[in-house]
Write a protein that binds this ligand. Structure first.
Ligand code: NAP
Length: 499
């Protein structure tokens, strides 16, 4: 097997890139050691090798980072919107110039294939460009009150200092989706990236500084103590907003802490997306969409199709065609050319996916391909297809977060919609049908914040991303995204023509 990994030139390039990434906390514009110089290791999930050792913030470090965000808040809010936008725009330009570095870094710390990492640089970067443009479009209203006795002014003001917690699965995009709208709105922030993938956030923070971001506007705390560090920041009365992307159980816990401090919150939580294939669907398009919706990011996306609901008349054919495509996927380290499936993020993820598959098989599901851990260094699981999955099985209820397709037949549209909506999650749904009226009915009957109708990927910086039910509160991206970081202020003045 030819692997770029073993080429000395590429290994040297990886080492050079890793050596160039800041390894400290960013507080008030200075790269700073953590309390007691504590540090932790970051590993490559494809090999298990340590690729960096970085600062491990304490709760006190977290509060110092908030001090810096609070100190910078007034001046940043008073900075011209055009200037705020231009810093974001410049960061986007720098990211374009350094696409290869950013992509390689994500592949090294998270495992996704390099081609997908480049895709994330494009997607994640778009939030910087989109909100650079939105910074100058924050408007208000002015009018006469109904009684005619006064003038009503409605303005949009920045919420104030924010705290961001991001997951490991999209290390760049989950950070830019919060940082860009907040900075555009005039808010300062502290960001805590996932312990497993902190390097991309440090890289991004370096770009923002290079683009001219003033000291303290963005502060980065990397830590192994997510709970204690977050508790200290969330309890501080100077904080005004929490934006979290991650699992629903952690989101619920954070919402409770945020309630004590009456914080504005944006919660982007877990998913359990249904992928519906009707008897009138274009099956080739549905199989293409299924591969994209399931296997992007090695199945580790909140938008990943989790339950394939297929009309009973085409279920076998769909399963057969999809299985042929799945067996052709190439597993390996994301830096190797031609690889389409990298490792899962860690051993816990492999154990969880394996247990869900074993449980489904014990419950009567049939394995069409895959189903096992791959015996090689790193944390790899075979791309898998299961049919005849019971709707009562854990794999149907839980977010799989791995490269596993579960196929469940349905009898008619009402049965499909009932099965699709039978979950506490409501992030995204996908449906394949060539019947326009059925498509219109599904738009209204599927309980999700987003929907792909005859497409398998919906994410776009220009679109409002977010879920309903236990999938979250609020929207990121689109014209809506900046409003998560703005407060409405109403002012009444007397009629200037009356004495
Ligand atoms: P997670 O375990 O909830 O972790 C997410 C973040 O929360 C990490 O930074 C983590 O820090 C931190 N965290 C964990 N426990 C915490 C606590 N007690 N207090 C404060 N912070 C805490 O989720 P994950 O495994 O990283 O990510 C996968 C989940 O994210 C999936 O459920 C996926 O659906 C969801 N997700 C949702 C969206 C969306 O837009 N809706 C997008 C991407 C992912 P450590 O890393 O240090 O543990």
């Amino acid at each position: 097997m030819t692997t770029e990994l073993t080429s000395p030139q590429l290994a040297a390039r990886e080492a050079e890139l890793l050596a160039s990434i800041p390894h400290q906390l960013l507080i008030g514009g200075r790269w700073t050691d953590a309390d007691g110089q504590a540090a932790f290791d970051v590993r490559d999930p494809a090999t298990g090798a340590v690729i960096a050792t970085i600062a491990d913030a304490s709760p006190a470090d977290g509060v110092h980072a908030l001090d810096a965000a609070v100190a910078a808040q007034h001046a940043w809010a008073a900075t011209a919107p055009r200037t705020r936008g231009e810093i974001l725009r410049r960061t986007w330009e720098l990211l374009q110039e350094r696409t290869e570095e950013a992509a390689l870094l994500m592949t090294l710390e998270m495992g996704k294939p390099l081609a997908e990492a480049r895709g994330e640089v494009a997607y994640g970067g778009e939030f910087l460009r989109w909100f650079a443009e939105e910074a100058v479009r924050i408007t208000g209203r002015f009018g006469t009150n109904p009684e005619g006795t006064g003038r009503m002014l409605v303005a949009q003001r920045p919420v104030g200092p924010c705290y961001f917690i991001t997951p490991w699965n999209f290390p760049l995009a989950m950070a830019t989706r919060k940082i860009a709208p907040a900075l555009a709105a005039g808010c300062t922030a502290v960001i805590k990236p996932a312990e497993l993938t902190p390097l991309t956030t440090l890289f991004l923070a370096g770009l923002l500084r290079e683009a001219g971001l003033p000291d303290g506007v963005l502060n980065v705390v990397t830590t192994t103590q997510a709970g204690p560090v977050s508790d200290a920041i969330l309890a501080d009365p100077r904080l005004r907003k929490l934006s979290f992307t991650g699992s629903t159980p952690v989101g619920v816990k954070l919402l409770k802490s945020a309630a004590d401090n009456v914080l504005r919150t944006s919660m982007e939580l877990g998913g359990n997306a249904p992928f519906l294939v009707f008897e009138d669907a274009d099956l080739d398009a549905a199989v293409d969409g299924a591969i994209a919706a399931k296997f992007r990011n090695i199945g580790q996306a909140c938008t990943a199709a989790n339950r394939f609901l297929v009309h009973e008349s085409v279920a076998d054919e769909f399963a057969q065609r999809l299985t042929a495509r799945v067996t052709a996927l190439r597993v390996g380290r994301g830096t190797e050319s031609g690889v389409t499936i990298g490792p899962l993020i860690d051993g816990r993820a492999v154990a969880k996916v394996g247990a869900l598959v074993d449980d489904a098989v014990a419950g009567g599901a049939e394995l069409l391909t895959g189903g096992h851990v791959i015996d090689r260094p790193g944390t790899f699981f075979e791309p898998t297809v299961l049919t005849g999955v019971s709707v009562d099985s854990a794999i149907f209820r839980d977010e799989i977060f791995g490269p596993v397709v579960t196929i469940v037949p349905f009898s008619d549209e009402a049965d499909a919609v009932t099965k699709a909506n039978s979950t506490q999650y409501g992030l995204v749904s996908y449906a394949y049908t060539q019947d326009l009226r059925r498509g219109q009915r599904l738009i209204e009957s599927l309980d999700t914040g987003m929907m792909g109708l005859n497409v398998g990927v919906v994410s776009n910086a220009a679109a409002p991303f977010g879920g309903v039910k236990h999938s979250g509160i609020g929207r990121e991206g689109g014209a809506e995204g900046i409003h998560e970081y703005l407060e409405t202020k109403y002012v009444l003045t007397p009629d200037p023509f009356q004495s």
